[in-house]
Write a protein that binds this ligand. Structure first.
Ligand code: ADP
Length: 425
């Protein structure tokens, strides 16, 4: 198998977002958790997104992990690699976007790299090198107060230059609007001056298509899901991928028992649980007992085992904001959250051991704990249950076929659990 596109994402949720975007554009896409082992068995796919947690770690570590991911992707034939960053360019003057870009550029041999975090459909646009978050420049957006990467400068040419060894130039919107040839000429001009990276403006989706087409001349690009969209469309247009076969593999039925877990306490999830009561047996965990010890998780597992052969079940730790606040004041916020996440992971592990093959999880942190516990190396991305929530088919597992849906709290409509199970056959 030869990959058309390799991606290295600097955090997990960004990786999921990109994998989902690529799939929506027709690329058969697998998201892996960390750099895969050399012997990971993959189905026939067009793109692999390697999820790292390298956004806020020490720069040297981010570089070495990203290079390991790149080596794996190139080894699978990826001609083009996208280093996926946050659409708000989350970074500091110490990195990690610049140092990782520099290292990957050296490995790729490219004279110049196109860089754009633009993603117009989520309000991220770039003009004259300045990143806008909705109607305001980056430095006036809530990102100015980000706890890890406060962004005080909207001019990405300056921001990137401060963290990169290379000089940084700009391809402005006027050049972009004149088309691919004009962008190529501008890049050649910048590269001729020894400039190794170019921030490129983008305001509309069509700008991303031009950028994607030109980026494919190169071996490396840097950006958010927007440039992923542009690259994917350019690949489909150039016939490098067969977009009509996208969901064929991801959507093959696996059968077997199904279960849902809810650890999110968001309004949306509370309503989805209330709706699920009409469709399946629901067990509400006692959060104090969960924190007290493993007995509550064992009780839940025994309850589920008695029922899963008759149809799906839902186990929820979720409670209302008042109850959450009271629990947190008794046990501390982090301790309570962590204990409940680990209990959910225990329950997930027990369910899978008992034969569950279709698992729906509500809650971002809860999903992370469950995926870690199940030790799943990666997922093939399938049909979308709700905006941003695809069906995932586990790949490279030792324990057989499995389908998952992982949703962050606020996602999905009122009937989410039933909607998910309808698509996860
Ligand atoms: P979301 O996607 O809605 O943010 P997460 O799973 O990311 O959901 O976060 C929910 C957090 O709340 C987790 O740490 C989870 O363990 C914790 N939690 C779950 N149920 C309760 C509860 N009843 N009281 C307090 N915290 C809870």
């Amino acid at each position: 198998m030869k990959l058309a596109l390799g991606c290295i994402a600097d955090d997990y949720t960004g990786a999921s977002d990109l994998a989902n975007t690529l799939t929506r554009q027709g690329l058969r896409t697998v998201q892996t958790i960390g750099v895969p082992s050399d012997d990971l068995a993959l189905p026939e796919v067009d793109a692999v997104v390697v999820s790292l947690k390298s956004r806020s770690i020490e720069a040297g570590l981010a570089v070495s992990r990203s290079r390991a991911a790149e080596k794996w992707l190139r080894g699978r034939g990826a001609g083009h690699v996208l280093f996926k960053i946050c659409s708000t360019f989350d970074s500091t003057d110490a990195g990690n976007i610049g140092p990782v870009m520099d290292a990957l550029r050296a490995d790729s041999g490219d004279a110049i790299v196109l860089v754009t975090p633009a993603f117009p459909e989520t309000g991220r646009t770039i003009y004259q090198g300045h990143l806008f978050v909705g109607p305001v420049p980056l430095n006036e957006s809530p990102l100015k107060d980000h706890p890890l990467n406060p962004m005080h400068d909207s001019n990405l040419v300056r921001v990137l230059a401060r963290q990169s060894k290379t000089k940084v130039g700009l391809v402005d919107l006027a050049t972009l609007a004149r088309g691919e040839a004009s962008v190529r000429a501008r890049l050649a001009e910048l590269a001729g001056k020894g400039i190794g990276a170019a921030i490129i403006d983008a305001v509309f989706d069509r700008d991303l298509e031009t950028i994607g087409t030109v980026a494919l001349d190169h071996r490396l690009s840097v950006g958010a899901s927007g440039i992923g969209l542009g690259l994917a469309r350019a690949m489909v247009a150039a016939g490098k991928v067969r977009s009509n076969v996208t969901h064929a593999m991801a959507d093959v039925a696996v059968g077997g028992p199904a279960a849902c877990l809810a650890g999110s306490c968001s309004q949306a999830t509370l309503q989805q649980i209330a709706n699920a009561e009409k469709a399946m047996p629901v067990l509400h965990l006692d959060p104090d007992r969960v924190i007290a010890g493993p007995e509550e998780a064992r009780r839940a597992l025994a309850w589920a085992k008695e029922r899963i052969s008759d149809g799906p079940v839902l186990i929820a730790s979720s409670s209302t904001p008042d109850q959450v606040a009271a629990l947190q004041s008794r046990h501390g916020r982090d301790a309570a959250g962590h204990a409940i996440e680990q209990a959910m992971a225990d329950i997930a592990g027990g369910l899978v051991q008992s034969g569950v093959r279709r698992l729906v999880v509500a809650g971002g942190e809860t999903s992370g704990a469950v995926v870690d516990r199940l030790g799943l190396p990666g997922f093939l991305v399938g049909a979308e249950i709700a905006a941003g929530v695809p069906v995932l088919r586990a790949v490279g597992t030792k324990s057989g076929e499995m389908l998952l849906a992982l949703k962050s709290g606020n996602f999905g409509g009122p009937g989410f659990f039933s909607d998910a199970l309808k698509l996860m056959r």
